[in-house]
Design a protein around this ligand. Structure first.
Ligand code: ADP
Length: 542
């Protein structure tokens, strides 16, 4: 099993923290519960420790007190000993009584003043020296009736590690011979063991409680979070356009209310969108029908206008002018109808590409050749720069030709009689055609709107070629149908550059064009091209 390195934990936890409501809530619950249980455990352990110690201390002080009193009794009621052996025996008797009453065998006694009696028995100690501090002995020695105690670590007679103990000290009067300091030591080992057991149990209970809380909150949150996760996934699908999705509604709680409201909202959105789609379809059909129906009468009008136009020499001047105008406007009307029909086909999604292997450089040359005359009428020269784009690409040549015709037509229209450069280039993934004019150009705001339907930069601009305002939006539709793009660069006074980019492999969207939209030449170079450029056999020659 792969084990994560600790350095990857933190980012993983951070990612979970930000992305999972369940993880975050469980984490906070466990942390808060853990803290609360830790505080409770520490507090309980301290309370138990104090209680255990206090009760044991009271008990030993009581026992010691009783022992000393009994021993004192033995000493006081005995006959006065006159020699050291008798006194020693008396003290032994008192000691036995003391140990029996006090309930400990750890006992020590020391004579307080060596000088008072010559027959006083010697010191006796079963408590290790270290357990009796100087301070305690000093206090016992200086106060005759007071009982003193101290909590110390003490080495037991078996030589094991020191255990917690209480040493009690008091004076004992051995007849009129001497005062002795007597010490009794009590081991607190049992209390300590009890305390450790209680503490251990407390900590285990605490940890188990935290685990139980974590498990419970994880499962409880699942019941709350699961519907929320479902709701967020469903709303994301709805936002992505899947209008059929609905939330399952169970029960009558708040989550069920949320589900019902969500479903009602989805129903309303779906019905509105369906209504709009139907309305839009009706409109599309209307435009298509009107365009179609107008074609027949228009064809008759065109034929009549052509006839009148052909015979305008026979008319007087104003009638001849009217016939000429009629002919031009009828042609424009027909173009508008054709464009409208095409647009309505795009809107209905009924456009099909007819791909065939096509050399874009060849195609560009054909279109440029067919438009050379119109360009010449406007004083513009068409030049082709074609370093690439000869190897055939699967495109619909009719549509690409239409795009090019539109771009070159616009360049002639707005090119101010200056040269127009058509570049064809390609790379491994895409082919591109750029149409660059050096005419009026457009402001950035205008350039952003050129692909809008019926939009024109300036309706008052003189126009001689078509001019329905639909040309570029159809061109963009054609480019997108190929999975390609149509980009524009334009600057007032420097002209415009339209670049059509088509992917070599159908369907593969190209993000970078072999021809950048922004031209590299400096302003001074813009009009520097003087020689028309023609290409043959894929070779570009100046
Ligand atoms: P139109 O049929 O009017 O040419 P288009 O969609 O082809 O319609 O173009 C929309 C508008 O974009 C044009 O009316 C013109 O104002 C502007 N435009 C297009 N090409 C150029 C260009 N090469 N230079 C300046 N303006 C242009």
């Amino acid at each position: 099993m792969a084990v994560r390195r600790p350095s990857t934990w933190l980012p993983a936890i951070r990612a979970q923290w930000t992305s999972s409501l369940r993880f975050r809530t469980t984490f906070i619950t466990v942390a808060a519960t853990g803290l609360a249980i830790a505080v409770a455990c520490v507090w309980t352990a301290l309370a138990i420790h104090n209680e255990l110690f206090t009760s044991r201390k009271d008990q030993v002080l009581d026992q010691a007190q009783r022992g000393i009193e009994q021993a004192q009794d033995v000493l006081d009621t005995a006959e006065v000993a006159t020699d050291s052996a008798a006194l020693q025996q008396l003290l032994f008797d008192a000691r036995d009584t003391l140990t029996a009453q006090a309930g400990t065998s750890y006992i020590a006694y020391y004579r307080i003043d060596d000088a008072t009696s010559a027959i006083a028995p010697p010191d006796f100690a079963l408590i290790e020296d270290g357990a009796l501090t100087v301070g305690l002995r000093e206090r016992v020695r200086t106060s005759a009736d007071t009982q003193w105690w101290q909590s110390v670590p003490m080495q037991l007679s078996d030589g094991s590690t020191p255990v917690p103990a209480i040493v009690v000290g008091q004076q004992l009067q051995v007849q009129n011979a001497n005062a002795y300091e007597v010490y009794l030591a009590y081991s607190l080992e049992d209390a300590d063991r009890t305390l450790r057991f209680v503490q251990g149990t407390l900590w285990i209970t605490g940890v188990v409680l935290v685990l139980i809380v974590a498990t419970i909150s994880w499962f409880v949150l699942r019941t709350v979070a699961q519907p929320l996760i479902e709701a967020s996934q469903t709303s994301a699908r709805l936002a992505a356009g899947d209008l059929d999705v609905r939330l399952p509604v169970r029960g009558r709680d708040e989550l069920a209310t949320l589900g019902r409201s969500f479903n009602a909202m989805a129903d309303s959105i779906e019905s509105q969108i369906t209504e709009l789609a139907e309305l839009s379809q009706v409109q599309q059909r209307f435009v298509a029908d009107v365009s179609h129906e107008l074609r027949t009468p228009l064809t008759t009008i065109r034929l009549a206008s052509e006839m009148l136009n052909d015979r305008r020499a026979e008319f007087d001047e104003s009638t001849a002018r009217a016939a000429e105008l009629l002919h031009a406007q009828v042609a424009r009307f027909e173009q508008l109808l054709t464009d409208l029909l095409e647009i309505s086909r795009y809107d209905a999604g009924s456009v099909q590409l007819e791909r065939e292997p096509t050399s874009l450089a060849q195609l560009a040359e054909d279109v440029a050749g067919s438009m050379e005359q119109v360009a010449a009428q406007h004083g513009s020269e068409l030049r082709i720069v074609a370093p690439g784009g000869y190897s055939p690409v699967e495109v619909d040549p009719r549509r690409v030709r239409r795009i090019l015709r539109n771009l070159i037509g616009n360049a002639i229209e707005h090119g101010e009689g200056r040269p127009i450069v058509i570049t064809v280039d390609s790379d491994a993934r895409a082919v591109a055609i750029g149409v660059r004019d050096h005419g009026l150009g457009m402001t950035p705001e205008d350039a952003e709107r050129v692909f809008d339907r019926f939009w024109r930069a300036d309706p008052s601009r003189k126009r001689t070629l078509g001019g329905t305002g639909l040309g570029l939006s159809i061109a963009l539709g054609d480019a997108k149908l190929h999975g390609g793009a149509l980009a524009v660069w334009s600057e007032p006074g420097r002209g415009s550059h339209f670049v059509l980019t088509l992917p070599r492999v159908p369907g593969e969207v190209s993000d970078r064009s072999p021809i950048p939209a922004e031209p590299h030449e400096r302003v001074a170079d813009d009009l520097g091209v003087t020689q028309p450029i023609r290409t043959e056999d894929g070779e570009a020659r100046p």
